[in-house]
Design a protein around this ligand. Structure first.
Ligand code: SF4
Length: 227
């Protein structure tokens, strides 16, 4: 049996993407394969180790009035062996699984996708993250994710380049132009500043040239002061 490193388990409101506002139980996995996006707001240094059964026991103590269980991080797919076991157990007790992922580990997604219902996939734009690009990984990931409900989310900062936005748009459009794209203006962190409203609107128009649904949605939990 595998053990996982879990940073926190809590009940709250989803703050990002097309499901913003719904109630969820969050299981935050420790660690990330990217490690240092400029705007990362989950650099948590502590964790507790769990077997799948113990994590399940903790989850069933929450009020059962939530929409789904958010598997988040960090990057949960880093701990794919544990995930396989844990997600299968969640399915057995009838829970809906919502995976939040940076969209860079297609091989790991392939191994666990059968146990996932909804995928919130990040698209990492190099001008915003200050990391290398992940175009190839994102394209492969999205192709696999289409087997389930999926939407794409890209964090946009004052430094985000239109060229990056257009590369992302073209990759998504070539795979499936019906996939919903969320442009999420960054909430100020680590010197990453919010984009101007005019720039966001320009990016949205550029994406709408090839995609059917492009929404601008800020992080509502940060606006509302919720965890
Ligand atoms: S992928 Fe997510 S968790 Fe990992 S460094 Fe980037 S923002 Fe942080």
């Amino acid at each position: 049996m595998e053990k996982a490193k879990i940073s926190e388990v809590f009940y709250s409101i989803q703050g990002e993407g097309v499901y913003a506002g719904i109630k969820q139980v969050f299981v935050r996995f420790y660690g990330c394969n990217l490690g240092s996006c400029r705007f990362c707001d989950t650099r948590i240094s502590s964790y507790k180790e769990y077997y799948a059964k113990d994590l399940l026991d903790e989850i069933v103590h929450f009020n059962d009035d939530y929409h789904s269980i958010s598997i988040t991080g960090g990057e949960p797919l880093v701990q794919k062996k544990f995930l396989k076991e844990f997600l299968l157990a969640l399915k057995v007790i009838g829970k809906k699984v919502y995976l939040e992922t940076n969209g860079t580990m297609p091989g790991a997604l392939r191994e666990i996708i059968d146990y996932v219902d909804i995928i919130a996939m990040d698209f990492k734009l190099p001008s915003a993250t200050r990391l290398r690009d992940f175009w190839r990984e994102h394209a492969e990931f999205l192709n696999i994710a289409l087997a389930k409900e999926v939407f794409v989310k890209a964090v946009v900062t004052a430094d985000t380049l239109e060229d990056d936005i257009k590369v992302m748009r073209d990759i998504i459009a070539e795979i499936n132009p019906k996939v919903v794209l969320v442009l999420q203006p960054v909430t100020y962190i680590n010197g990453a500043r919010e984009p101007e409203a005019g720039k966001l609107a320009r990016f949205q128009d550029a994406c709408l040239d090839k995609l059917e649904a492009v929404e601008i949605i800020p992080q509502i939990h940060r606006l509302a002061g919720i965890r």
